[in-house]
Unconditional design. Structure first.
Length: 704
């Protein structure tokens, strides 16, 4: 019996062995056993994965990198590369670069914990310690500097004492290393180890008397918090309107400015207003800027005013949503979302007006990891997925805000990405990918498992997600082992196609920048072997080229001068010549050429799923069969081997000798393949750095 099987779409992508033989599944006939260094496309075919161009070498001695996208006010796109030794920026349209060193305090050893968000022409970089850094361009030059960013006050009232060891002996509490107490602390309470102690008397800046139910000697306090506010009467004077400067004068010494305890940067809630302290004059006098209008200059007595700290330390996510700058996840308030005033990114004054800032805590046992802005604000925690929206689907305001939990899959550390109308995120296990979106049919939000067909493809864990909409709607999944997986996502056609990506090195980070009608993926790759630009160049992925870390160079006679090293593949005047060693920065060709592309090459391999037919008298699974012919529909293709047979598209004659063979488009037919028990795999390989596109595969099978 002769059977003909046509595969005219490969959008099923890689599937796991657990699904082999499942011809009842609609995607089975379009699926692949292997798709390595190639990927399906939304139109149905499969093509070579993109190669990459060398953008710049790594910083000498740098070992850690992080990439951010930045758009200047004039619309030009740039890549900001942070390393543990300094920063560099690269233009996407010209080869210009700029670089600089860090100022003191920049978290160059915690690059992966930095949260980035562009606000107007400033790229805000939020450090784990709560400091803000700004990357921007002034008069054509770039700069990275510490940025004074107004931040919200902490709702909890009290002072953290960060001086190190504090010990309690009898009724005396002693700070061993620094001044932390003031006379106005008498009457306050101090909490540690789950016990509350009352401060009954002030001795000096390092010693106070306390009362407790049990005196414990020699306790080293891990967290030291003095509760409540200082017990002093303070009087405001000056310009009480927002932005004005106010002096706060105390009748009892209460203000401090020591390394262990400082009131500078704290917020004083007084007479219905809020003042951020900027200047310390003495223990009784400080001054600050009015954040929320102070209604009068009447004195405030103990208990009638509050001293609040900032909440920026440990911000996990920042996003722009509905004209508001939104922060989420703080060290002290891990489930809290704090929005700025609508239309004013630097104002956090709360209230009941529609434009006022908003504070909301999510209903989650775990802290916020990420937020994504679409038609609603998506909030991802380590435990669950939430949305924040206005009532009746309007904008969020202090009096019109709804929060709902929709699923409990939990989110991992890698930030989610937007893919069309969906948000793709890494499940808390770290090796499964899910897509969340609104479902009209279900009148709610669905969170689909994108790895259900290939559950082991991300087994090493996910470090970064990058989505390039153009040209092939590819989701790049950078894995913890330095390799990658690609998924072609086209929800309208039901395409969720996995493939694998590997290069001669380890991908450390990646970012995508939309520029000029294309989406460019930039990668930092740790190249294996000596002399690879200190091992860590930055590269730009491109489907027009097949080699990696590529350079296009003029050839002087038969000599190429390159910055690459080791062994590289050479394509001279369009013809692949093979692998050549780089000796002292030069490659010697056997014959002269004009232009050459040099780079590192990783072969491609495509294996369709086994054939399966359901016949009237049963299945053909395991029957002896002969694949009598194989036909490939190809578009603009050169190279390729099928089961070790090299495809030859043209008869060589005098007109084609010593010329670059043209790309082939059409149907290519292979000879008979032979007898086998079960079906022999059809293995399609590309072992030379040439582009290919396979749009259909026809297998004619004779079954006994």
């Amino acid at each position: 019996m002769k059977l003909r099987a046509l595969t005219n779409s490969f959008t099923g992508g890689i599937i796991s062995p657990e699904l082999y033989g499942r011809s009842d599944l609609p995607f089975y006939a379009q699926s692949l056993k292997e798709c390595h260094n190639a990927h399906p496309i939304p139109q149905g075919g499969v093509v070579n994965r993109p190669g990459s161009y060398l953008v710049a070498k790594g910083r000498p001695g740098a070992t850690e990198y992080r990439l951010f996208a930045y758009i200047r006010s004039d619309g030009t796109r740039h890549v900001l590369r942070l390393s543990n030794l300094g920063w560099d920026t690269f233009s996407t349209s010209t080869p210009t670069t700029d670089s600089g060193n860090y100022l003191s305090g920049f978290p160059n050893n915690d690059l992966d914990k930095i949260v980035g968000i562009q606000v107007d022409s400033i790229l805000l970089l939020i450090a784990p310690d709560g400091k803000f850094w700004a990357f921007t361009a002034f008069a054509g030059a770039f700069d990275l500097f510490e940025f004074t960013m107004p931040v919200p006050p902490n709702e909890a009232v009290g002072d953290d004492i960060t001086a190190g060891s504090v010990s309690l002996s009898g009724s005396t509490l002693t700070a061993l290393l620094a001044d932390v107490f003031s006379p106005a602390d008498v009457g306050r309470q101090i909490s540690y180890n789950g016990t509350i102690y009352n401060i009954t008397a002030y001795t000096d800046a390092r010693n106070v008397k306390v009362s407790s139910t049990s005196a414990i000697s020699g306790i080293d306090l891990v967290e030291r918090v003095i509760l409540d506010s200082q017990q002093a009467k303070i009087t405001p004077s000056g310009d009480l309107l927002v932005g004005g400067t106010v002096t706060l004068t105390a009748t009892t010494p209460c203000w401090m400015n020591t390394p262990a305890r400082s009131d500078i940067g704290r917020f004083i809630e007084i007479n219905d207003g809020l003042v951020e302290i900027k200047t310390f004059t003495s223990s009784t006098v400080v001054s600050g800027v009015v954040v929320k209008e102070v209604t009068s200059n009447a004195p405030a007595f103990p208990g009638g005013w509050k001293n609040r700290s900032k909440v920026t330390a440990g911000i996990k996510s920042a996003v722009l949503h509905g004209g508001r700058l939104v922060f989420g996840g703080f060290n002290k308030f891990p489930t809290r979302v704090f929005t700025r005033v609508a239309g004013d990114y630097f104002n956090f004054a709360t209230g009941l007006n529609d434009s006022d800032a908003i504070v909301r805590d999510m209903d989650s046992k775990d802290g916020i990891k990420h937020m994504v802005s679409m038609n609603v604000l998506y909030v991802f925690t380590g435990e669950s997925e939430h949305i924040i929206r206005g009532t009746d689907n309007g904008p969020i305001t202090p009096l019109s805000i709804v929060t709902r939990k929709y699923s409990e899959f939990g989110c991992a550390d890698a930030p989610p990405v937007i893919c069309g109308q969906d948000i793709v995120y890494v499940q808390r296990s770290g090796n499964r990918l899910r897509s969340i979106s609104f479902s009209t049919a279900d009148d709610g939000y669905q969170s689909l498992d994108l790895t259900i067909r290939a559950p082991d493809i991300l087994s090493s864990g996910v470090a970064r997600l990058v989505h390039a909409q153009v040209p092939y709607q590819l989701l790049w999944v950078i894995k913890n082992n330095g390799k990658a997986a690609l998924m072609c996502i086209d929800k309208e056609s039901g395409s969720f196609s996995w493939s694998t990506y590997e290069t001669q090195g380890e991908i450390m980070d990646a970012v995508v920048i939309a520029d000029g009608g294309r989406d460019d993926v930039y990668m930092v790759v740790k190249r294996i072997g000596p002399g690879f630009f200190n091992g860590i160049p930055i590269e730009r992925a491109d489907h027009s080229i097949v080699t990696d870390c590529s350079q296009v160079l003029l050839v002087s006679g038969n000599v190429i001068t390159t910055g690459l090293s080791g062994s590289v593949y050479v394509i001279a005047d369009g013809s692949p010549l093979g692998v050549f060693p780089v000796v002292s920065g030069q490659i010697t060709l056997p014959e002269p050429a004009s232009v050459a592309t040099v780079g590192y090459f990783s072969p491609s391999r495509i294996v369709p799923t086994p054939l399966e037919f359901n016949l009237a008298d049963g299945s053909i699974l395991g029957e002896s069969a002969q694949i009598s012919s194989i036909k490939l529909q190809l578009v603009k293709t050169r190279g390729l081997q099928v089961n070790g047979h090299e495809l030859t598209y043209f008869e060589l004659d005098s007109t084609l000798m010593d010329t670059t063979l043209p790309e082939f488009s059409g149907v290519y037919e292979m000879p008979e393949m032979g007898w086998n028990d079960g079906f022999k795999d059809v293995v399609i390989e590309q072992n030379v750095p040439l582009r290919f596109m396979i749009t259909a595969l026809k297998r004619v099978v004779q079954v006994n």
